[in-house]
Design a binder for this molecule. Structure first.
Ligand SMILES: Cc1ncc(COP(=O)(O)O)c(C=O)c1O
Length: 322
């Protein structure tokens, strides 16, 4: 076949393009510049995590794991979600370890959404959310978060609802705005979720990156929310392992079980030796690790915002994320 002949692609592939943030990354790498486009951290991976990865490889932890992740890691994530996020999960059956929080988001989206469903995405949004949601065939309804504080507007959300609305995506702390959803905003959202029988997918990958006393509230921690929420987070940003591809989701067992099976189909499992290494995040690092991380990012935020202000920009200082 003539190599230049166009093979017809699936519709879902035709519209796919390299994401803007990846394109920026590529251009920055070409000129050896500083990458402010993609959420890439330059901090080192903590030594205890690296040491366990070495050990796991030496121990031949090399075969497929359970599709939802190794049991000790699921247990450790369960304890963390209870302690830090106040999420009322009770069993490792409610935890799915996946290929980055992105892989878990894919598993959740394909578990919950299909053509004919509508899903609410708040603007500004993280591009991967939109593109993954589109792959499911669901229709996206955009709801702007208003003003410099990106405030949640109940009326704007209710206006976007139709009888086909099935789900909503909440990213807190948010990329790209740096918005941290308040407890009040999330409580209002829960009322709407309950009134219209909707499910929420949350992306909490920046849950530790908080500034000026901002509080991270997990939607699933609010009364009546857990049963209709998939809480998603991961190791990439908190432990400087973006390339390791390790994330997790917590959801009621009937949803988590299907997400695990979806994860099995797409990826079989998250990288096994690295799952063992991730245990060190919970067992070998103490609270000072996260405190140091927070102060490190706070210093960077100040430097960035002040520099931008110095050169004449009007900067809404983010409450969270990086
Ligand atoms: C909002 C958001 N979610 C998820 C990710 C990717 O996370 P992971 O590496 O766990 O797939 C990013 C990375 O930039 C992000 O900004």
């Amino acid at each position: 076949m003539d190599a230049t002949m166009a093979v017809p692609l699936a519709d879902r592939a035709v519209s796919l393009e390299q994401s803007d943030i990846r394109a920026v990354t590529q251009q920055v790498e070409e000129v050896g510049g500083i990458n402010l486009g993609q959420g890439v951290c330059d901090l080192p991976t903590p030594e205890p995590i690296k040491a366990r990865a070495h050990q796991a490889i030496r121990d031949d932890e090399s075969i497929y794991s359970h599709y939802a992740g190794i049991e000790p890691l699921r247990r450790a994530i369960l304890e963390k979600e209870k302690a830090y996020n106040d999420v009322p999960a009770t069993s490792p059956e409610e935890v799915v370890v996946g290929v980055g929080s992105t892989g878990v988001f894919v598993a959740a989206a394909f578990t919950l959404l299909e053509a004919g469903d509508e899903v609410i995405l708040f603007e500004p949004f993280y591009g991967y959310h939109r593109n993954i949601l589109e792959l499911t065939g669901a229709t996206i309804r955009y709801v702007p978060l208003g003003g410099p504080e990106s405030t949640f507007d109940r009326a704007a959300m209710e206006e976007a609802l139709t009888p086909d609305t099935k789900a909503v995506v909440v990213n807190t702390p948010a990329n790209p705005s740096g918005k941290v959803w308040t407890r009040d905003e999330l409580s209002t959202l829960v009322e709407i979720l309950q009134a219209h029988d909707l499910v929420a997918l949350t992306d909490e990958i920046y849950e530790y990156m908080l500034y000026d006393g901002a509080e991270h509230v997990s939607l699933a921690s609010l009364p009546g929310a857990y049963e209709r929420t998939v809480t998603i987070s991961g190791f990439s940003k908190a432990y400087n392992v973006t390339g390791w591809r390790l994330g997790y989701g917590v959801a009621p067992a009937p949803i988590a079980e299907k997400m695990g099976l979806m994860n099995d189909l797409f990826y079989i499992c998250a990288p096994r030796p690295l799952q063992h290494a991730a245990l060190a995040a919970f067992e070998d690092l103490d609270e000072s690790y996260i405190e140091d991380l927070q102060s490190d990012y706070a210093t960077r935020r100040t430097l960035m915002c002040e520099t931008l202000e110095d050169i004449g920009f009007d900067v809404p200082w983010p409450d969270g994320a990086y």
